[in-house]
Design a protein around this ligand. Structure first.
Ligand code: TYD
Ligand code: MG
Length: 458
């Protein structure tokens, strides 16, 4: 039943609410995302309080048992890793990503494995049953336990979940779901939030896990998955260049596991396949014996990944020197250029400088600083990089190289992939533990000058 009606402006990116319209959202700083919405206080059946639920009674923490959560393995090692070891019973997982990135594909692929043991209800508000069947046949998904429903009314969906009692529910996508009692259109912040709440209450009361798909949309017309992040138990984002075939699945929130994990997939003719050795894939086709490239070793979750960073420094054709950075923070790149100029005497001020991280990866770990700085110096001075060399370390403003965490893991991964030399922070040498058979020379450096000198020596 709709209650008091109030008009509000809500940001479709972050859900920030104001009584006044703004061109730029005061919450997240995005432009043109404030949309007017009618805020109704909904008192639905499901929202009414239930007395004396067992969980509503306080109990001493010592008496709370902590047996392990029951988890369903999805059949994909990469996805299980991102989820923290499978889908937890009764959890609500949000799967976000740009349209066309592969969210529906991965859901159907999960069905192919889990459909053998679980009853799955797949609710689609986007595609017809025929379209889903066609895609499923392409992916080789043909399980008797997979039930498909095309519906957008969230109350009917909740009813069906209650009657069918599936073991796993998938909702594709939350932006198409509609709660009749609200007058705002499907996809608005109010609708998306309320529909998620209804699905959450249903799935929690039946202890059924539920995966919700949320499109990331930049034009502000529909609410993005960000506005739901606080409601759900886990938030996974599918990232990647649509031009590139591989996709990265990243956990940004997980109540049942670590949030730093990533899974790497490759989109092919028969759907998504796992990439077990991402470093090898990222380094394939690397140019040999050229200047302006350096391999870095960022840590993605618990996994070190080798990535190639390319730098290009050229004469500026115009008065203003250009700086461009793809896959690395622009401001951090400017800082590194300033440090190189002030502390090492390399002058970039009248030169254009470009940084590109190969493979569409986004590196935001400070440990990649050193590789970026070396790629720039290598291009400026035309120093040919030995192909078996990699570098990692954080660069400070005085030009010092600071220690980073998990240095041993990074060097071990490099040695495993056949790298023979590693430039790393001097302060990491003390506690460096490597396997006995690691065939890699480690060069500890204290300053960025030392690192460049080590490079020049070859
Ligand atoms: P989809 O899962 O529909 O994206 P989303 O649900 O996130 O919007 O992915 C569709 C894209 O994936 C589309 O561009 C085609 C491509 N694709 C393949 O390349 N191979 C395949 O086997 C499948 C099923 C899709
Ligand atoms: Mg889809």
């Amino acid at each position: 039943m709709a209650g008091k009606v109030k008009n509000l402006y809500v940001c479709s990116e972050c859900g920030y609410e104001t009584a006044k319209w703004f061109g730029k959202c005061p919450g997240c700083g995005e432009w043109n995302t404030m949309t007017e919405e009618v805020r109704e206080t909904v008192r639905s059946k499901a929202a009414s309080p239930v007395r004396a639920r067992p969980s509503a009674v306080p109990m001493p923490i010592t008496q709370i048992t902590t047996e392990d959560e029951e988890r369903y393995f999805t059949g994909s090692k990469e996805l299980d890793r991102v989820l923290g070891g499978g889908i937890v019973k009764g959890s609500l997982v949000l799967l976000g990503g740009d349209p066309g990135i592969g969210k529906s594909t991965i859901l159907l692929q999960i069905c192919s494995h889990l459909g053998r043991i679980l009853k799955i209800l797949y609710i689609s508000g986007e595609e017809s049953k025929r379209q889903i069947k066609l895609r499923a046949s392409r992916l080789g998904v043909n399980s008797e336990n997979l039930y498909v429903m095309t519906e957008t009314d969230v109350e009917i969906v909740a009813d069906q979940i209650q009657t069918e009692k599936p073991d796993l529910v998938m909702v594709d996508s939350i932006q198409t779901m509609n709660f009749k009692e609200l007058s705002s259109s499907p996809g608005s912040v109010t609708q998306v939030r309320e529909c998620t709440n209804i699905l959450m209450r249903t799935s929690k009361s039946l202890d059924v896990p539920c995966i919700i798909v949320g499109h990331v949309n930049k034009d502000g017309a529909i609410a993005g998955p960000k506005v739901l992040e606080h409601i759900v138990d886990a938030v996974l984002y599918f990232e990647g260049d649509k031009q590139m075939s591989y996709r990265i699945l990243r956990a940004v929130k997980n109540r049942y596991g670590s949030t730093n994990e990533i899974g790497v997939f490759q989109m092919g003719d028969s759907g998504l396949s796992e990439v077990e050795n991402p470093s090898l894939m990222l380094l394939s086709g690397r140019p040999k014996n050229v200047s302006g490239t350096c391999v870095a070793c960022p840590l993605e979750g618990s996994r070190p990944i080798l990535a190639e960073i390319q730098g290009l420094v050229t004469n500026s054709g115009y008065g203003n020197a250009r700086r461009m950075s793809t896959g690395f923070d622009y401001n951090r790149m400017s800082m590194l250029l300033a440090v190189l100029e002030k502390r090492c005497g390399y002058y970039f001020s009248s030169l254009d400088a470009y940084i590109n991280v190969i493979g569409g990866l986004r590196l935001d770990e400070p440990a990649t600083d050193l590789a970026v700085a070396l790629a720039l110096v290598s291009s400026l001075k035309d120093i040919v990089m030995p192909e078996n060399l990699l570098a990692f370390g954080e660069v400070g403003l005085t030009g010092e190289i600071r220690a980073v965490n998990h240095a041993g893991l990074r060097v071990t991964e490099a040695a495993r992939l056949g790298f023979g030399k590693c430039i790393l922070p001097y302060h990491n040498l003390k506690n460096l533990v490597l396997p006995d058979d690691a065939q890699i020379e480690v060069i500890g450096v204290r300053t960025i000058r030392d690192a460049v000198a080590a490079l020049a020596k070859g």
